[in-house]
Design a protein around this ligand. Sequence first.
Ligand SMILES: Cc1ncc(C[n+]2csc(CCOP(=O)(O)OP(=O)(O)O)c2C)c(N)n1
Length: 640
Amino acid sequence: MGLLENIHEPSDLRSLSMAELKELAGEIRQEMITVVAANGGHLAPNLGVVELTLALHRVFKSPSDKIIWDVGHQTYIHKLITGRKGLFKTLRQYKGLSGFPKRSESEHDFFETGHSSTSISAAVGYAQARDVLKEHHDVVAVIGDGAMTGGMAYEALNYAGQSGMHVIVILNDNEMSIAPNVGAISSYLTRLRTDPRYDKRKSDVEYLLKRIPGIGDKVAKAAEKAKDGLKYLLVPGMWFEELGFTYLGPIDGHDQVMMEQVLEQAKQKRGPVLVHVVTRKGKGYAPAEENPDVFHGVGPFNPETGEVHKRKAPPTYTQVFGETLSALGRENEKIVAITAAMPGGTGLNLFAREFPERFFDVGIAEQHAVTFAAGLAFGGLKPVVAIYSTFYQRAYDQVLHDVCLQGAPVVLAIDRAGVVGDDGPTHHGVFDISFLRAIPNLVFMAPKDENELRHMLHTAVRLDGPVALRYPRSAGQGVSLDPVLKDVPLGKGEVLKEGRDVAILAIGPMAYPSLAAAQELRLKGIDAAVINLRFIQPLDTELVLRFARLTKRLVTVEDHMLSGGMGSAVLEQLADHGLTDVAVERLGYRDYVDQGPIPVLQQNHGLSAKGIMAAAERLLHRGSQAAQGRGGLAIHKLKA
Ligand SMILES: Cc1ncc(C[n+]2csc(CCOP(=O)(O)OP(=O)(O)O)c2C)c(N)n1
């Protein structure tokens, strides 16, 4: 029996010797490789923080001390040693353990994450609450150098540094975001890390100064405090020190003894402390060390060889988007592309390779990406910003205030729109229609398949105002791609099938199960129309009203929340035009959606041929408009 079998809670770690800890680290790495090889997941980030996590849980006493993980994709070790070993095989599976911290899973999970750069704010909140309530415990935020490119991290450092509160920030620096990290802060960290004098510098100078008889001690103290040029030469991490943090590091995050010593030191200090830890992403598994970007978030693979299983599937929407943008870039040299730390994930790596001078990776900085794009547009270029739907949530005001209000001709490419599968509720892209539909002068489209995506992208880069384009995570429909691209008529939906009994209004690839449903309905003698709406804005009101009047029954189908979604837009039009006698069934999500395979999640919410068919039949069996339960309504309890 291995050591890991006997770790049920963090306190079980404290009796282990250094040799045993090393053995345990090996077992943990093996367990993570085995489970992620089967389920997929964030392997490389976790392999890099094994020793760091063990050190944190030996020095700090969770759950009285609070450890808060940024992004939260690196919490597999934390999960394994906080009583979840038995469930680890269900990682990221339907109804299984989440790939991210989850408060309902464990008393050791203090803050739910998935989106980056929140940990310092959350930790500062916890620390502030502790101080107001006069409690005594430590609060630790663990943040990667990639997540440190996100603006929120600086808002929190700014606050914490001035407040003087005792909060510990562990900066886990592996030089990688998903791709190699970018930006001036990243370069600064590299300078700290690679300066050969870093670990000797401070102690040597202090030692020398202290040896000057009589005044040495005082000079050493003065040098410590001095805010002059001398100190910049003497103290690494000066920038953090200037912000009010005590900077400790850089230290080797794989040296268990050193890690624990420095964490003890951080614990004893008062005020804000930043510990700069240097780790290797993918540590201990050669394929992940060699390709940390591939093994950042990886699908199932062969653990012996590291070979990622390839599924036979048509190209993804993302791939088609990337290829089409490169082709458009060849014709129009004003087209530039922007990513927020996801060159591979958004398919923009193709464009980057072909047009490096027209490609910009701004780091995990979605807000900056969008406003930067507005500047580029007014500066005379044609920017295309590709961001996942879930991360566009970060840049809402930038889309509204900086792009749309001023009419900046920016193309907002919204990748991973709809449910995304195993990453779960933090990552599903099911809110973008609601939050973007409220913005007046945004043209907003969604293609039914990868061929239409190409035409829409072609149209989007030719329009002279803001345009958004949403497309899902999955493989395309496998349709053939037209060689010549043409403009999609603005605000015009497409009738895929005429019908008189009921009209199915679909947005995006939901058109396909809608068509399949119509075919099944025909076998039952029901004549269903199918409409590919194409545009969320401007909505093809004329078409919607025509079918509403004709059939008196509408089913709306969207891979999105019902609140404020496409179905809501249709209801608004019916109400505005006095069509109160039309019965409507809206299919979509009512609540936060769990993790699980995309088809399962969609099916659970009626977003399948069968579900759509059932909705149409329900309509035919009832008279006029029936009220639908809202679901997902927050019902809070009053607390004394
Ligand atoms: C707001 C936001 N944008 C993008 C992402 C996608 N993302 C997940 S992890 C990651 C890289 C994080 O790098 P780092 O913090 O250094 O952690 P590492 O994986 O290197 O340990 C990115 C870009 C995200 N989670 N949140």
